[in-house]
Design a protein around this ligand. Structure first.
Ligand SMILES: Cc1cc2nc3c(=O)[nH]c(=O)nc-3n(C[C@H](O)[C@H](O)[C@H](O)COP(=O)(O)OP(=O)(O)OC[C@H]3O[C@@H](n4cnc5c(N)ncnc54)[C@H](O)[C@@H]3O)c2cc1C
Length: 222
């Protein structure tokens, strides 16, 4: 089990941060997770948001109130160490076929992490559309990178503004290209994923072309 040194921890705000760990000899594919452990031996999975060529492993983490692992991670300092598992997981954005594929990404919150990892990796084929749903603009990660994508759309549910759609990401589904060749990757909140799956299936998309990774459950949110 690797022991990884904290390179840095960068807060977006007090409950949202990027944890940067020195990579050591960890090898991973975009979409992979590591289980990170606290001092008591509790572990939780976190999705890598770094590209496969970076020396740093990046994680986008929401601090859950009283969360045993996310709160502990938020208190780490550069030079501290964190125990981690080897990379694991089956969610592979844009990689369901070995040669790449036409794909659409839909994320809420920290669910943007596996898509950033895909986009930051050299072999990345850009998605035809990437929808990113957050509550407030302060919750956004890597907007400068994402806004370079042709099909990028940002949905902000709690604040209005000229630069984004005001509402939940489901309000943008009507703009998503529908084609039997496209693979759809959904990551983040369970309710977004369920609603989007239902909409895609009702629109004639085969369930084998719908890939999902749930990070958070609406019931557990504030
Ligand atoms: C495959 C996978 C990848 C993940 N990747 C990320 C990631 O990249 N970034 C990230 O921030 N999180 C990610 N998560 C969620 C993460 O693993 C933890 O569940 C989260 O950090 C809470 O753990 P905790 O120990 O801090 O809270 P806990 O001590 O487990 O829980 C504290 C309280 O929060 C509630 N709670 C716990 N977990 C959740 C949850 N998932 N949804 C709603 N309420 C909850 C509990 O009911 C409890 O009341 C991922 C989850 C999965 C399954």
């Amino acid at each position: 089990m690797p022991t990884l040194k904290v390179h840095n921890i960068v807060f977006r705000h007090e409950d949202l941060f990027e944890l940067q760990l020195e990579r050591g000899d960890v090898n991973f594919e975009p979409g992979a997770c590591l289980a990170l452990f606290n001092d008591d031996g509790d572990s939780r999975p976190y999705s890598i948001s770094a590209g496969t060529q970076e020396n740093i492993l990046r994680f986008l983490i929401r601090r859950v109130p009283n969360g045993r692992v996310s709160h502990w991670l938020a208190l780490r300092k550069p030079g501290d160490t964190v125990e981690a598992s080897d990379p694991f997981g089956w969610f592979r954005p844009g990689r369901s076929t070995p040669t790449g594929e036409r794909c659409v990404f839909i994320a809420t919150g920290t669910g943007i992490a596996p898509f950033l990892s895909h986009l930051r990796s050299n072999s990345a084929q850009p998605p035809e559309m990437c929808l990113y749903g957050i509550r407030r603009l302060a919750d956004a990660f890597a907007l400068d990178e994402l806004e370079q994508l042709n099909g990028f759309r940002l949905a902000v549910s709690k604040t209005s503004g000229h630069s984004h759609f005001h509402g939940r990401v489901s309000g943008l589904l009507g703009q998503v290209p529908l084609d039997e060749e496209i693979h759809y990757y959904l990551c983040g909140l369970d309710t977004m994923i369920e609603e989007t799956c239902q909409w895609l299936e009702a629109s004639g998309i085969e369930y084998t072309h719908i890939h999902r990774e749930i990070f958070f459950y609406e019931d557990g949110q504030d």
